[in-house]
Ligand binder design. Structure first.
Ligand SMILES: [Zn+2]
Ligand SMILES: [Zn+2]
Length: 367
């Protein structure tokens, strides 16, 4: 079928809205009418050639929408279901078998080769391939092909134009708290960088009763939102060098948990040094290959640890419906960080996201 999609014609080029041909769903796939898709920095890494995906390509990996049709072998989804298209996984590697699909051995291939596992593309134009299947979905289009193994059904009273953003950014931040650190009420928590991922972690920390909750960022408007969403203290990093001291002065011995989302090595070091003995630093920031950080090794004694978490350590089929329950109950006001754009304004969304003026861009698809 013909769909409208945002195509990146070549590396670093702006997105172009065009018509492409979308394949029919295979037996285990579903056709999803995309209502809206979140935009995450990983999409911009894709546009800029960070992955080995050929061009032209269609990105987007936070698709939310309504199932339009299902393949012949699909049993868990039906037309009319509201779905979030979460991250793909193979289902049979040791980590998938251990119920940790976020750490699937094949996840990089499935997310960022631009094709299905067998090399086929989901989209084409004038008979030529359009590299799609980004995170096995390429959600920057009016329709997308999903797979029943990672397209997750969520309740219909959750806002269908926002559920897509759960797929990556929200799940990454909230899942780091729900699934990886599991804090107890009264434990101290500091988050470095309060973009969409950091604010999702912060809202989850608030839900768990963490206190104090400290937000660190360079944008005053983001810190103001962090306070509204539950930060007890905010620190504007701009021009300051005493961030670790400031966190110690709030917490006494340092924070029990720190979450790093900026992917800046010097900030990761601060997030480590701000830990109390036995504290845990969770690394969420997505740095490019080759990025290194130096740490004071004696400081890691006293039981401090650093953990990398991807996709919130989530099992999406279990975690996304839970998150939807919290959102419908008003306990996770993720809508406060969302700015909507029409798909036609995707380049403005990308620029405002890169500049930090927009916290979580969500693109509404043409009808
Ligand atoms: Zn796997
Ligand atoms: Zn993402």
């Amino acid at each position: 079928m013909k769909i409208t999609a945002a195509i990146v014609p070549e590396k670093f080029a702006p997105f172009v809205i065009d018509t492409v041909e979308l394949a029919d769903p295979r037996p285990d796939e579903v056709l999803v009418r995309v209502i809206a898709s979140g935009m995450c920095h990983t999409d911009l890494h894709g546009r800029d050639g960070y992955f080995a995906i050929p061009y032209p390509a269609v990105f987007g990996h936070e698709g939310g929408g309504i199932v339009e049709a299902v393949g012949s072998a699909v049993t868990r989804l039906a037309p009319g279901d509201h779905v979030v298209m979460a991250f793909p996984f193979c289902g049979h590697c040791p980590n998938c078998q251990a119920h940790m699909p976020a750490h699937c051995f094949d996840s990089r291939m499935l997310k960022s080769s631009g094709t299905r596992a067998d090399g086929s593309t989901l989209m084409s134009k004038d008979g030529k391939p359009v590299y799609s299947a980004f995170f096995q979905q390429s959600s920057f289009g009016s329709f997308a092909i999903g797979n029943e193994n990672w397209a997750v059904k969520v309740r219909k009273d959750a806002p269908v134009d926002q559920i897509g953003a759960f797929a990556c950014g929200v799940q990454t931040g909230a899942g780091a708290v729900f699934n990886a650190i599991k804090p107890s009420p009264g434990e101290s928590f500091a988050v470095f960088g309060v973009g969409g991922v950091g604010l999702s972690a912060l809202m989850a920390a608030k839900l768990h009763g963490c206190d104090p909750i400290i937000a660190v960022d360079v944008h005053e408007h983001r810190l103001a939102l962090a306070r509204e969403l539950g930060a007890t203290h905010t620190i504007n990093h701009a021009g300051r060098t005493d961030i670790v001291g400031a966190i110690r002065s709030i917490t006494g011995y340092g924070a029990r948990y720190t979450v790093e989302t900026s992917a800046i090595p010097a900030v990761l070091r601060e997030a480590i040094e701000a830990l109390m003995p036995l504290g845990t630093c969770v690394l969420l920031g997505s740095a490019r290959a080759g990025t290194e950080v130096s740490i004071d090794t004696p400081f890691l004694q006293n039981g401090r640890s650093i953990r990398g978490v991807i996709q919130g350590d989530s099992v999406p089929k279990e975690f996304l419906p839970l998150l939807a329950d919290h959102i419908v109950a008003g306990r996770f006001p993720s809508e406060k960080m969302v700015t909507f754009y029409e798909l036609a304004d995707i380049n403005r969304a990308a620029a405002e996201s890169a500049a930090g003026t927009t916290i979580k861009p969500v693109l509404r698809m043409p009808k």
